[in-house]
Design a protein around this ligand. Structure first.
Ligand SMILES: [Mg+2]
Length: 345
């Protein structure tokens, strides 16, 4: 059995994929397959024990255990919530088109957004992730942050799409991936508008090397694209310097929080691509990065939550904490001013 304190390192994945012309080398394919095994939820489940919440796991403690520390750090600041979708608000399921969030999670996120600006940051197409979440009051950053839109709030909605010049070629790469993967049972290619995903959630493990080679063969012809691996998915996107971390910075800036000490961003995500956002928070020295994972990982996040159910518990506590804080403020104000004022809901 694997040691429960094992740290899965993204850097051990053999994913140094920036060198064109070698995507189909044996060493590269082997590295991809190793990473596919390491990042596979079912593989992890069969080999590991639940996350250790004991004090010995001090490097990345549970965000639930450290809730008071997080809220104390945010005192006097505006919390801004950023959340990934797949594996964070919804469970990872075999069919990516069926990755629905529960009604309870939706209700929780809806309440959350009444107290804090809230953004969903996903690798999926923005329209697709909106069709899952269905909350118009949120900000959405699809395609790994390359397609950003906010609620209109009576005026023009924030809209930012830094990779529009890639749209025709993305369609070309999409079609090429459909052709090369068509004979691999279970492989599905998803067009996320500004990036592409090749899901291998339903591909048998003995076909993973073959699939990695197929995807690599396409990327060799398109050096302006790069590949990263997520949980049971290959992510293919333009090599522009834009990622979930840049999307986080862009949204903070758009809402007037650039270089501002009065904001406390909380970013929750489960994937390698979320590391870009965790890194931004570390460099800012503000906010909290929370990795969703059943096992400790080599991460830039500060805290861990095990799975979407724990994410929901954390979000509910935030809502309750904020509601209570507001009530206390109102009651104090009423006492000081000697007037009766209605309590907030
Ligand atoms: Mg995810």
């Amino acid at each position: 059995m694997r040691n429960q304190n094992v740290v899965v390192s993204y850097s051990k994945s053999g994913m140094s994929m920036e060198v064109p012309g070698s995507y189909t080398s044996t060493a590269r394919i082997s590295g991809w397959v190793d990473n596919m095994r390491a990042s596979s939820p079912t593989h992890i489940k069969s080999h590991t024990l639940p996350l250790d919440h004991s004090p010995s796991n001090v490097q990345h403690p549970s965000a639930l255990d450290m809730f008071e520390q997080i809220t104390n750090s945010s005192k006097g600041k505006q919390i801004f919530m950023f959340m990934d979708y797949d594996g964070t608000l919804s469970p990872i399921v075999d069919d990516p088109d069926q990755a629905f969030m529960s009604d309870a999670m939706r209700a929780t996120v809806r309440k959350l957004a009444t107290y804090f600006p809230t953004a969903i940051v996903s690798g999926r197409c923005r329209d697709k992730v909106y069709s899952f979440v269905r909350l118009a009051e949120l900000y959405y950053a699809g395609s790994h942050g390359m397609d950003i839109k906010g609620p209109s709030k009576g005026g023009e909605a924030i809209l930012f799409q830094p990779a529009t010049q890639y749209l025709p070629i993305i369609d070309e790469v999409y079609k090429a991936l459909l052709v090369v993967t068509k004979d691999t049972p279970g492989a599905t290619v998803e067009n996320n508008k500004f990036c592409l995903s090749v899901h291998f959630r339903r591909v048998h493990e003995n076909k993973w090397a073959e699939l990695a080679k197929q995807v690599g063969s396409v990327l060799e012809a398109y050096p302006e694209f790069r590949l990263t691996q997520g949980r049971k998915v290959f992510e293919i996107r333009p090599t522009i310097k834009w990622d979930k971390g840049r999307a986080l910075e862009f949204l903070l800036e758009s809402l007037g929080y650039a270089n501002c000490a009065d904001v406390y961003p909380i970013y929750i995500g489960d994937d390698r691509t979320d590391e870009d956002a965790f890194k931004v928070l570390r460099e800012m020295g503000q906010g909290s990065g929370i990795l969703v994972s059943k096992i400790p990982k080599d991460t830039n996040a500060s805290y861990l939550l095990q799975e979407p159910s724990e994410v929901m518990a954390f979000l509910r506590r935030l809502v309750d904490w904020k509601r209570l804080s507001l009530r206390k403020q109102f009651m104090l104000k009423a006492r000081v001013e000697g007037i009766k004022i209605p309590l907030p809901i």
